[in-house]
Design a protein around this ligand. Sequence first.
Ligand SMILES: Nc1ncnc2c1ncn2[C@@H]1O[C@H](COP(=O)(O)OP(=O)(O)OP(=O)(O)O)[C@@H](O)[C@H]1O
Ligand SMILES: [Mg+2]
Length: 330
Amino acid sequence: MPTANGYVIETHDLTRKFKNVVAVDNLNLGISQGEIFGLVGPDGAGKTTTIRLLCAIMNPTSGSAKVAGFDVVKEAEEIKKRIGYMAQRFNLYGDLSVLENLNFFADIFAVTGEERKERIAQLLAFARLTEFQDRRAAKLSGGMQKKLALACTLIHEPEILFLDEPTTGVDPVSRREFWDILTDLHLRGVTLFVSTPYMDEAERCSRVGMMFEGEMIVCDEPEKVKELVAGELVELRPKDLRRARDIIAGLDGVLEVQTYGDLLHVFVDSVGRRMPELEAHLRKEDVGVSGLRQTRPRMEEAFISLISKRIAEGRTSNPVDSGARNGKSN
Ligand SMILES: Nc1ncnc2c1ncn2[C@@H]1O[C@H](COP(=O)(O)OP(=O)(O)OP(=O)(O)O)[C@@H](O)[C@H]1O
Ligand SMILES: [Mg+2]
């Protein structure tokens, strides 16, 4: 049931404070049915708190939100019937088998009889776990555990799904498989609200919201978010990364320099004009360079650029670097 504005998730100045930390700061959001909404942001940005508020698990300090047409404070029980929530540290029962875990969640949501049987069979097939149904959850691979957690979350056929970093710590192949399943759900009309540290996943969303220190700093389609980064992008692999970076940062027309492993990504006002200048300067300083080319900004560059800008505005001193959240295991 959408709100008067046609949204299945709608918030007005939604705010949650913990003592002196504003975990969610005046959030205004409208999400339509069938969207895949991606929430990204560094550690502590307020993603989990936002999801908990929307799942009616935690009350806001001020402001309001409606999910599936119901108020998160006054009608929490109605919301819980209609949503699925996969928490950041979703707990399966390791000693129970795949099938027993699904039965356990079916008990909680009072899914019984033939309906239960059918639904569990469908979910096992959907999550590609049928042949593992008797295996203890603790003995599944990380990727399979995530798929089982998702299957458990789907047992009552929720119309809106909240997934808090559902693929963090999972290998790339399993992450892709997990997203294929999410795409399937999307095609069935389920609304998905997903937080993720992975920018390739953010690119698969219909809209992306970037959170930082409790604030939604950008919220738009992935293509539009990428367009927010000023300038054109040059990529290069210098022999001496630090020296090259120092040299390039001081050149005319250079707007921003980002580091990715042994690559430098340089935003310039004009690639046609600056790429030859850049190469000439590095050659003059005797810094060897390979792989010099123009490239398109991805979500990752946009994320770093937008958040670095926020930091430069003096709001915080937290460093942000592209690799900081990779390999995170919680
Ligand atoms: N129960 C709590 N009590 C006190 N502070 C909290 C609580 N929950 C969250 N916070 C604080 O609120 C801020 C937002 O935390 P939150 O867990 O929502 O961030 P997050 O974006 O999910 O981070 P992560 O990527 O690490 O999961 C942080 O500063 C955190 O320390
Ligand atoms: Mg979190």
